[in-house]
Design a protein around this ligand. Structure first.
Ligand code: ATP
Ligand code: MG
Length: 287
């Protein structure tokens, strides 16, 4: 499996119908469960420790998807082996009145991972070119009306590209994952949430409303992918109808990003090494 097959780096038209929502058939589910996934989790943990120790780079993982595509499961599984101390998950909901009093990147900025950390965004600034676009929420927002023109979405794509470039140029690597679920699979999962009492809490009637706008969402996603996938901050369209496959592919993507960062455990300067020798002597003599 090559993660490049799922990568979108911009410059070309994106048609989501040409991206599969199903697992790569050449990969065995049992192999992933029993061998490949546990191996990846171990490797991620090793690299995370180095990232934390080095304390220079950060990794930001943006997760976007339609409802019931499996964002929560991806976060739970992929992050299961990581040290919570160096990881933070932030979920972005309908903006609060305080958030609406600011530009749309304000809350995003506040939630960015620190150096040494892995930050996961469960939804993100991309909601502002997705749900906001599908429902034309800019019209009723506090943005000055003269700024709400036909080109507002192109303007936002440019702002987002610039913002992510800025982050990259300051040591935060950005990768973006779109969990690509089919409309039929979403229907099944929403039905399961109704039919299985243990899943009732996950069901929201709002999800049925959003589903009615499926085609508009797909079109907004396509334009988002086309306009904000870049070489430095690429999108990955992850087939999400098979949860085990989506989770594994995300682990491969995160692992590759950490390898590209290539964090190193810092080596002490000579003066500090001399101090260590001194401390060793004190401890040894203290027996
Ligand atoms: P779950 O899988 O638990 O349903 P979720 O991410 O869908 O997770 P919810 O609390 O159900 O969480 O939904 C959050 C809602 O907030 C989504 O419908 C999303 O579109 C909306 N939202 C997020 N950001 C914005 C924004 N900037 N403007 C308007 N709506 C937003
Ligand atoms: Mg929801």
């Amino acid at each position: 499996m090559d993660i490049k097959d799922y990568r979108v780096t911009g410059g070309a038209k994106v048609n989501l119908e040409s991206f599969s929502t199903r697992a790569d058939k050449s990969i065995e589910k049992d192999d992933i469960r029993n061998k490949l996934m546990p191996q990846n989790i171990e490797k991620m943990a090793e690299l995370q420790e180095k990232l934390y120790a080095e304390n220079q780079h950060a990794l930001l993982i943006v997760l976007q998807a339609m409802d019931a595509a499996g964002k929560d499961g991806v976060i739970r599984h992929v992050m299961s082996g990581l040290n919570p101390q160096g990881t933070q998950v932030v979920s972005f909901k309908v903006p609060s009145s305080e958030e609406n009093d600011h530009d749309y990147l304000w809350r995003i900025n506040k939630a960015l991972p620190r150096r040494g950390e892995i930050g996961i965004f469960n939804r993100s600034h991309y909601e502002d070119v997705l749900v906001t676009r599908v429902h034309d929420l800019v019209k009723t927002s506090q943005i000055p009306p003269e700024l709400v023109t036909d080109s507002i979405w192109d303007t936002r794509y440019r702002q987002i590209r610039d913002f992510e470039k800025y982050l990259t140029e300051n040591g935060t690597k950005v990768i973006k994952i779109f969990l690509h679920v089919s409309k039929e699979e979403q229907r099944q999962r929403l039905l399961d949430r109704i039919n299985e009492p243990d899943k009732n809490w996950k069901f929201s009637s709002g999800d049925i409303q959003e589903r009615r706008h499926w085609n508009q969402y797909m079109s907004a996603y396509e334009q988002m992918l086309e306009n904000t996938g870049t070489k430095d901050a690429p999108w990955f369209v992850v087939p999400a109808d098979n949860k085990w496959f989506a989770r594994y592919l995300v682990s491969e993507i995160v692992l590759e990003a950490l390898r590209e960062i290539d964090p190193r455990i810092p080596e002490l300067p000579e003066s500090e090494k001399a101090k260590l020798e001194e401390c060793r002597r004190i401890l040894q003599e203290d027996a």
